[in-house]
Design a protein around this ligand. Structure first.
Ligand SMILES: C=C(O[C@H]1C=CC=C(C(=O)O)[C@@H]1O)C(=O)O
Ligand SMILES: [Mg+2]
Length: 458
């Protein structure tokens, strides 16, 4: 990667393009600090330019990314190819970024299939098996500082003046847009897909476990929704930010379809040499009063079935992260993680990241953890592939971002749904262990639909 400093887009492009052969291409990026603008205005403005959009927010870190358009998309059949392709691209890139803050310089946002071996249905036809999108315009907000990175893929025959002018016009539109046009969705129908069959699948899961084939299998189901008019994505994001302040809010749009959610589950965060991960499994509802809520929480903390579900995740993450960390801190007991609609057992993991590894290596090693796949992984995946009546697509898989300075964060895409115009599919799963009761697991998945269902007017 070549770093250049203190030039305009046009002068940088001119120099880069004149050195390229007609058949050669380069990614060129330019980061600057801009005055405060509302990230949701910027996101909404993207629809008017008919460009795909992406969104990521970690409310706790006061960190937001909004991507508009696609300067370059990395698609791959296998997740390990993402890293190879990303490294090759960044190595050749021309990066003009005087700031050493995560989420500046070339930054990509993306996700992947939960299980690339499960045959696809039309539901997810717009989404690649693995995809990283490097947006043309990327807004990064940290605390109250806002940065804009403009990235473009040029070849030796491009005209620097024309490109710079077009980018300038779009930038002015995106950064000056003020209309929010918020519009609440009106739900007209709701269908729990295969509700009865799903309980039978859970029963099959417990039999599979009792007969010694696995210890845990995570099974998911789908809720189909229909609306009066196409769902307004910006409104959904805004409502998720307000209702789920302790979750990551994400949205990834592809040719009009949008995968969106509010997940509490961090898979991995890498910033310089600090690594963070999360074990999240074991669930109970919130109480209606403080006393009831505390009592439910206490019960969850000591409930053997939920502790077992949780412990498989802790053991696996601990074991998997050893090779990546010089030091690691993992508390030996979970605490409660409270969300608006439910509470979880939670064990945070902290480590000192060993040099020479990347966030992609960790994602590949961890996915799927027993919070989404099961234990042991292969037997659980085989069971899910054969018996789950659902195309998970990107649900339950890593979703997140990475930048050219090796920072990045991926969450597990749960509490999510796929919006397709005036229709939506929501997904929710639960950890099935030997003692699982199908009716109780059905109820648990029912609560897990709520973060998305509530903001969609259900
Ligand atoms: C699979 C989901 O949740 C996982 C994460 C936390 C708790 C879980 C549980 O208690 O079953 C699940 O393992 C989902 O929300 O769709
Ligand atoms: Mg559970």
């Amino acid at each position: 990667m070549i770093e250049v400093k203190e030039e305009t887009i046009e002068s940088t492009l001119r120099k880069v393009i004149q050195d390229l052969l007609p058949s050669e291409s380069r990614l060129v990026s330019f980061t600057k600090r801009i005055k405060y603008i509302d990230p949701l205005h910027f996101f909404e403005a993207g629809t008017n330019l008919h460009m795909d959009r992406s969104f990521w927010k970690s409310t706790l870190d006061k960190f937001t990314l909004v991507g508009i358009g696609t300067a370059y998309a990395i698609q791959a059949n296998h997740s390990h190819q993402l890293k190879e392709k990303w490294d090759a691209l960044v190595q050749m890139a021309i990066i003009n970024n005087p700031y050493h803050v995560p989420g500046t310089g070339i930054t990509a946002i993306g996700g992947m299939d939960f299980d690339p071996l499960k045959p696809r249905t039309v539901l997810w036809d717009k989404f690649a098996t693995n995809e990283l999108c490097i947006p043309t315009f990327l807004l990064m907000e940290k605390e109250d500082s806002v940065y804009l990175t403009i990235t473009v893929y040029v070849n030796g025959e491009d005209n620097p003046e024309v490109i710079a002018k077009q980018l300038g016009e779009k930038e002015r539109f995106l950064t000056s847009y003020r209309g929010d046009g918020l519009c609440k969705p009106s739900l007209v129908s709701k269908e729990e897909v295969n509700r009865t069959n799903w309980k039978q699948t859970v029963r099959k899961g417990t039999e599979f476990i009792s007969s010694g084939h696995a210890n845990k299998v995570v099974l998911a189901r789908e809720l189909k929704l229909e609306f009066k008019e196409p769902i307004h994505v910006t409104t959904v994001i805004q409502d998720l930010i307000v209702s789920q302040p302790t979750s990551y809010i994400f949205a990834f749009e592809k040719a009009g379809d949008c995968f969106i959610g509010a997940t509490p589950e961090r898979l991995v965060k890498v910033e310089k040499d600090a690594l963070l991960s999360t074990c999240l499994a074991g669930t109970a509802p919130r109480g209606k009063t403080d006393e009831e809520d505390q009592a439910i929480g206490e019960q969850l903390l000591y409930d053997p079935k939920n502790r077992e579900e949780h412990d498989f995740v802790v053991q696996m993450i601990k074991k998997s992260l050893k090779e990546f960390c010089k030091e690691m801190q993992v508390p030996d007991k979970p605490v409660l993680y409270k969300l608006k609609n439910l509470q979880h057992l939670y064990t945070p993991v902290k480590g000192i990241f060993k040099e020479g590894n990347s966030v992609f290596d960790v994602v590949e090693k961890l996915h799927p953890t027993p919070a989404l796949g099961g234990e042991p992984r292969e037997a659980a995946l085989q069971f899910i592939r054969e018996h789950e009546l659902l195309d998970r697509g990107w649900y339950g898989a890593p979703i997140g971002w990475v930048d050219s300075n090796q920072n990045g964060e991926f969450a597990v895409a749960i509490r999510s749904g796929l919006l397709k115009g005036d229709k939506a599919s929501l997904f929710a799963g639960c950890g099935v262990v030997k003692e699982s009761d199908p009716e109780a697991e059905l109820e648990e998945t029912g609560i897990k639909f709520l973060p998305m269902l509530n903001v969609l007017g259900g």
